[in-house]
Design a protein around this ligand. Structure first.
Ligand code: NAP
Length: 236
């Protein structure tokens, strides 16, 4: 089959590696990072041009199956994928679940997270496209970690740490201690929870931004489950 994976995540790369020997795989990346980790198989980069552009691309490339393996917060791309006529599977890793001792404050948006802050030292791991939402909080000091530099408007008291995971609990522990962090603001992305484990240990308050709702349709939590789902599809 000709499979298009909407990627930009670890799970998307895992799936491409798993099925590249069985199917013709094309992974699509948005093009947000300048040196992305490349998956197995073919890669294309850049937006399609909305729902119509994606539908045209699927037809041109004779795509049989679409796998939406985008990040849980890439809501626009997921909505476009859900509107396609070809069989579509959502591959979405599970969100985080609080452990005993965790005191997470869940909020619905980055703006709500910014409003929930009290003065203090804040570690932002919400992504460079969200840092502007904290620009008005002159009473806070921010450490923002992102793969690419954030664009203005930016908070006045901001240090940017350009880095890309995976991160270790030990490393996160040192980061929180070294910068005397009071609050961690993060998205409920799921996956490695090193920063949450370190925050728990140090009693750092956590503000967790909830995921947008999942579009309707079949969904699996792992690349292995997605590969199995594809194997069960009648061949085209
Ligand atoms: P978004 O807001 O849902 O997407 C905005 C537009 O970017 C889409 O309408 C689409 O443009 C294009 N796009 C997004 N993902 C694409 C893909 N895989 N291939 C081709 N075009 C894509 O998404 P976003 O939050 O900007 O995320 C962009 C990419 O970064 C995604 O692939 C996602 O997996 C990855 N990512 C996002 C986050 C996050 O926190 N949002 C974190 C880590 C990685 P057209 O309408 O023109 O097709």
């Amino acid at each position: 089959m000709r499979v298009l994976i909407l990627g930009g995540t670890t799970e998307a790369r895992e799936l491409a590696a798993l099925i590249a020997g069985e199917h013709h795989v094309i992974t699509s990346l948005a093009g947000r990072t300048s040196a992305p980790r490349l998956p197995a198989g073919e890669v294309r980069v850049g937006g399609f041009g909305g729902v119509g552009g994606l539908a045209d691309y699927l037809a041109e490339q004779r795509i049989d199956v679409l796998v939406d393996a985008t990040h849980p917060f890439a809501a626009r791309m997921s909505a476009n994928a859900a509107a396609m006529a070809v069989p579509t599977l959502i591959l979405r890793r599970p969100g985080w679940v609080a452990s005993p001792g965790d005191e997470w404050q869940r909020v619905a948006s980055v703006e709500e997270a910014a409003a929930a802050l009290t003065a203090g030292r804040v570690f932002l791991t919400t992504g460079r496209q969200t840092i502007h939402a904290f620009a008005h909080r002159d009473d806070c000091w921010f450490l923002a970690r992102s793969v690419e530099p954030p664009a203005p408007p930016l908070p006045r008291n901001l240090e940017v740490l350009l880095d890309r995971g995976p991160f270790t609990v030990d490393g996160e522990r040192r980061l929180l201690a070294g910068h005397r962090i009071d609050v961690l603001v993060t998205k409920d992305s799921g996956g490695s929870d090193a920063k949450l484990a370190a925050a728990r240990e140090r009693g750092v308050r956590v503000i967790l931004i909830d995921r947008p709702p999942l579009p309707a349709g079949p969904a699996v939590p792992t690349a292995e489950a997605a590969a199995q789902w594809l194997r069960r599809l009648p061949s085209r």
